[in-house]
Ligand binder design. Structure first.
Ligand code: GRF
Length: 196
C-alpha cells in the first residue's frame, strides 16, 4: 500500500503529534509521517519525532523578523524536498499567510480545541466556561485563509462538568483530540483525489 506522505508542524509539546505517530505505526494506516517541522527550536515535538526515527527540523521564525513570507518559503522548500503531500498542523502557533494556505489548500489540516464555529482563536476553554456551554470539544478542519475556518473533517464532544476549571476542561478535550486527530487524518488522506 502506498501511504500519503505527511508533514506535521508543531510549536510546542507535541502530544497530538504523538497520537499521530502512534496511529501511523499500524500497517493499514493510510498516512506516513515523513517530517516534523517547528518554528520553535525548543518544541518538545521535535525530540519526540526524533525518538520515533522521524526527520525533525526547527525552522526558527525569529531571524526572519516580520518577513513571514521568507520564513514560509523555507518551510515550503523543505516540505517539497521531502515530497510531502499533506500538511497536518498540530499546535502550530504561527498564523500562516494567504499565499501559503492557498498553496496547500485541500492538502493542509488543523486541530482546534473547540467545537468550531464556537471559539476560534485562543483561550477556548476559558471562553467555553465563561459562555456557560454544557458541551465543548475539538475540531479537525481543512485549512483556509481565515484562522480556524475551513470545512470540518470531524468533531469530538466532551461534557462541561460542574466545577471544571480551564485546565481540567482542557485535559478532557485533549484526550478527545488524541482520538479524533488520527481518525481525521486518515479520513483526509483517503479523500485526496490526486496526491501530488
Ligand atoms: C492542542 O490543544 C491543539 O488543539 C491546539 O494546540 C494544542 C497543542 O497541543 N491547536 P500539543 O502540542 O499537541 O500537545
Amino acid at each position: 500500500m502506498s501511504r500519503v506522505r505527511v508533514a506535521v508542524l508543531v510549536s510546542g509539546r507535541g502530544s497530538n503529534l504523538a497520537s499521530l505517530i502512534a496511529a501511523a505505526k499500524a500497517e493499514d494506516y493510510p498516512a506516513e509521517i515523513v517530517l516534523v517541522l517547528s518554528n520553535n527550536p525548543e518544541a518538545g515535538g521535535l525530540e519526540l519525532a526524533r525518538a520515533a526515527g522521524i526527520a525533525a527540523l526547527a525552522i526558527d521564525h525569529r531571524p526572519f523578523k516580520k518577513d513571514r513570507a521568507a520564513h514560509e518559503a523555507l518551510i515550503q522548500s523543505t516540505l517539497e524536498a521531502a515530497g510531502v503531500e499533506l500538511v497536518a498542523l498540530a499546535g502550530y502557533m504561527r498564523v500562516l499567510t494567504g499565499a501559503f494556505t492557498r498553496a496547500w489548500e485541500g492538502r493542509m489540516i488543523n486541530i482546534h480545541p473547540s467545537l468550531l464555529p464556537h471559539f476560534p482563536g485562543l483561550h477556548t476553554h476559558e471562553r467555553a466556561l465563561e459562555a456557560g456551554h454544557d458541551r465543548h470539544g475539538c475540531t479537525v478542519h481543512w485549512v483556509v485563509e481565515g484562522v480556524d475556518e475551513g470545512p470540518v473533517i470531524g468533531q469530538a464532544e466532551v461534557p462541561v462538568l460542574a466545577g471544571d476549571t480551564p485546565d481540567v476542561l482542557a485535559a478532557r478535550v485533549l484526550e478527545a483530540e488524541h482520538r479524533l486527530y488520527p481518525e481525521c487524518l486518515a479520513k483526509a488522506v483517503r479523500s485526496l483525489s490526486s496526491p501530488v
